[in-house]
Design a protein around this ligand. Structure first.
Ligand code: PRP
Ligand code: GLN
Ligand code: MG
Length: 547
C-alpha cells in the first residue's frame, strides 16, 4: 500500500520538491521501506533522490534543494512485489520514449505473461523484480508505438487505455513526462485510491495528485476529486484533460483502506475514513453486546490497540456505556508494525511500540479493540502483555471480519499460512492468540459502515475476507505461485537485514541507512548515494518538448 504524489506548480521558477517531501511525510503510513522524489527542471532534465528508508531519513534540506524544478513525482514504498532492495525504490525512470518517471501503488497479477511480452515482443529490459518497473515499461512501449517525435494528450490517453487492456491487477499511478506534464490513472476497478486537487491564485493554478486527500488539505489545495476507475488525467502548464480510457468495470475500492491503511482525516471516494471507523465501532458494539450476553461475560473496560483502532473503540465504548481507557501507551517514534518486513521485526516492534499500564488492567475483564487481526502478531503480544500486568480476562474485538485469504492487490500478505484466521474457526483463533474470547465484525456490517457514506459504491474489494477476487485471474495455481515467491523473499529479506547478501540473487546493498551498493543494478547504484548524505541527487538529462 504505497503512497503516490504528483505536483505541478504554475510558477516554473519555484521548486516543488519541498512540498512533495512534506506531502510524502503525510503519506508515510502507507509505506515505510523506501521513498523517493523525481523532479523535472529546465529543459526537461530530471533530478532524483530515492533510497530505502523513511522520508525523514532520506531527505534533508540539502538533498531537497538539489531537486530542481516546478513539477515532480514522489513515492513512499511498502513492497508487495520483488524485494525491498534499493533498486526497487520508486519513482522509476525510463529514458525512452521522451523520458518518463513513474510511481505506482498496487500490485499486478499477470506479471509472468507481461514479462514474456516485454522480452519476446517489446524487447525491453526489466532490471528489477518490481511489477511497477514492468508497468512503466508497458506504458512506455505503448507510447513508443505512436512512432512520433512529439506526442500529444490523445497519444497518452491511447497508450494508457491500451495498457489497461494488457495489465491485470490493482494500480493507482502518477507519471511525469519530461517537459510535458504530470499524469494520473487508476485501474478499471478503482481498487487503489488516487485523487487530484487544485490551489488557485490570481497568478495561476497549482495541481496535485495524491493517494489521500489529507495531503491536499495540509498544503492548501482544494476541490479534491477522486480519479475515476479506468480514468486518466493529464495536467500540463496550460491544460487539465480527463478521459475514461477503459470501459467501466465494477467499481470496487479496497475496503481495507478504510479499516486500516488510510489516515482517518482523509476522504476516499467520497467517504470520510474517520466517519467510517466510527460506524465500524458502532456496528461492532452491537455484535459485542450480543455475544457477551449469550456467553454471560461482564466487561469492565474498553481499551484500544493504538493507533488505528482508537476511533472505533471510542464509539464502541460509548455505545456499550463502558469506560474507555488508554491502557496501552504507544511510543510515538516507532512506525506501523504490520507494514514492516519480516515476522521477527514485526514481533519485536509490537513490544517496543506498546506498553501496558498495569493500573488499567489489574483484576479487570478487558475488552481490547483492534481494527483487524491479520497475522495475529499484535494481538498475541498485547494479550500476553495485558495478562502479564494482571488482567483477569482478555476479550478481543475486531472491526474487520476474520482475514482468511491472501491479498493480491497491494497488501503484503500473499501467503495463506501467515494468516492466523486461515483454516481456523473463531474459538480456535482465540486459542491461537491467547485470548479468552474473540469477537469479529460481520462482513455485511463492515461494508455497511463504509457504504452508508457513499451509497453509489455498490461493491468493495473484500477478497481477504471472501477469497473472491474482482479482477479474475486469481486461481489456486496463482495463489500457490505467490506463496512460493514469498518463501524466496523471506530468505532474501532475512539476508538483506542481517547483511548476509550471499543468498540474494545478484543484489548488493539493502537495509536502511547502510548505503552499500556494490553489485547493485545500475539504477540502484545511482540511488544509493542518498544514504550517505553525500550527493543525493542525480540529474537525468532530457530536453524534449512536445506539442
Ligand atoms: O494481526 P497483525 O498481523 O498484527 O496485524 C494487525 C495489526 O497491525 C496493524 O497495526 P500497526 O501497528 O501496523 O499500525 P497502527 O499503529 O496504525 O495501528 C493493525 O492496526 C492491527 O493492529
Ligand atoms: N504496496 C504497493 O503499492 C507496492 C507497489 C509495488 N507493487 C511495489 O512492490 O513496489
Ligand atoms: Mg494497529
Amino acid at each position: 500500500m504505497c503512497g503516490i504524489l504528483g505536483l505541478l506548480l504554475h510558477d516554473s521558477r519555484t521548486d516543488c520538491a519541498p512540498e512533495i517531501c512534506e506531502g510524502l511525510s503525510l503519506l508515510q503510513h502507507r509505506g515505510q521501506d523506501a521513498c523517493g522524489i523525481v523532479t523535472c527542471g529546465y529543459k526537461g532534465r530530471f533530478y532524483q533522490c530515492k533510497a530505502n528508508g523513511m522520508v525523514r531519513d532520506i531527505f534533508d534540506e540539502k538533498s531537497v534543494q538539489k531537486l530542481i524544478g516546478s513539477m515532480g513525482v514522489g513515492h513512499v514504498r511498502y513492497p508487495t512485489a520483488g524485494s525491498f532492495n534499493n533498486a526497487e525504490a520508486q519513482p522509476f525512470y525510463v529514458n525512452s520514449p521522451y523520458g518518463i518517471v513513474f510511481a505506482h501503488n498496487g500490485n499486478l497479477i499477470n506479471t509472468a505473461s507481461l514479462l514474456h511480452y516485454m522480452d519476446a515482443t517489446a524487447h525491453r529490459h526489466i532490471n528489477t523484480s518490481s511489477d511497477s518497473e514492468l508497468l512503466l515499461n508497458i506504458f512506455a512501449n505503448n507510447l513508443q508505438q505512436t512512432g512520433k517525435f512529439r506526442i500529444n494528450e490523445d497519444d497518452i490517453f491511447t497508450a494508457i487505455g491500451g495498457m489497461m487492456k494488457q495489465v491485470k491487477g490493482a494500480y493507482a499511478c502518477v507519471a511525469m513526462l519530461a517537459g510535458f506534464g504530470i499524469i494520473a490513472f487508476r485501474d478499471p476497478n478503482g481498487i487503489r485510491p488516487v485523487g487530484m486537487a487544485v490551489r488557485k491564485s490570481a497568478a495561476g493554478n497549482d495541481y496535485m495528485f495524491a493517494s489521500e486527500s489529507v495531503v491536499a488539505d495540509a498544503s492548501g489545495f482544494t476541490e479534491w476529486d477522486d480519479v475515476k476507475p479506468g480514468e486518466a488525467v493529464i495536467i500540463t502548464r496550460t491544460s487539465v484533460s480527463r478521459r475514461q480510457v477503459h470501459e467501466p468495470a465494477t467499481f470496487a475500492p479496497d475496503i481495507f483502506e478504510f479499516v486500516y491503511f488510510a489516515r482517518p482525516d482523509s476522504v476516499l471516494d467520497g467517504v470520510s475514513v474517520y466517519r467510517s471507523r466510527m460506524a465500524m465501532g458502532d456496528a461492532l458494539a452491537d455484535e459485542v453486546r450480543q455475544v457477551l450476553t449469550v456467553r454471560n461475560i461482564h466487561v469492565d473496560v474498553v481499551i484500544p490497540v493504538p493507533d488505528t483502532s482508537r476511533v472505533a473503540a471510542l464509539n464502541l465504548a460509548q455505545k456499550l456505556n463502558l469506560p474507555y481507557r488508554e491502557g496501552f501507551i504507544k511510543n510515538r517514534y516507532i512506525g506501523r508494525t504490520f507494514i514492516m518486513p519480516g515476522q521477527q521485526m514485526r514481533k519485536k516492534n509490537v513490544r517496543r511500540k506498546l506498553n501496558a499500564m498495569a493500573l488499567e488492567f489489574v483484576d479487570k475483564n478487558v475488552l481490547l479493540v483492534d481494527d483487524s487481526i491479520v497475522r495475529g502478531t499484535t494481538s498475541k503480544e498485547i494479550i500476553q502483555m495485558a495478562k502479564d500486568v494482571g488482567a483477569k480476562k482478555v476479550i478481543v474485538a475486531s472491526c474487520a471480519p476474520p482475514i482468511r485469504y491472501p491479498n493480491v492487490y497491494g497488501i503484503d500478505m500473499p501467503s495463506r499460512n501467515e494468516l492466523v484466521a486461515h483454516g481456523r474457526a473463531e474459538d480456535s483463533i482465540a486459542e491461537a492468540i491467547g485470548a479468552d474470547l474473540v469477537i469479529f465484525q460481520t462482513l455485511p456490517k463492515l461494508v455497511d459502515s463504509v457504504r452508508q457514506f457513499n451509497t453509489s459504491i455498490t461493491a468493495f474489494d473484500c477478497s481477504v475476507f471472501t477469497g473472491e477476487y474482482i479482477t479474475g485471474g486469481v486461481d489456486e495455481a496463482y495463489l500457490s505461485h505467490i506463496e512460493s515467491l514469498r518463501a524466496d523473499n523471506v530468505r532474501g529479506k532475512v539476508a538483506a537485514m542481517t547483511g548476509d547478501l550471499s543468498t540474494t540473487e545478484g543484489k548488493g546493498g539493502g537495509g536502511v541507512g547502510r548505503g552499500a551498493n556494490a553489485g547493485e543494478p545500475i539504477i540502484a547504484t545511482l540511488n544509493a548515494t542518498a544514504q550517505n548524505g553525500v550527493d543525493n541527487t542525480v540529474g537525468l538529462h532530457n530536453s524534449y518538448s512536445y506539442s
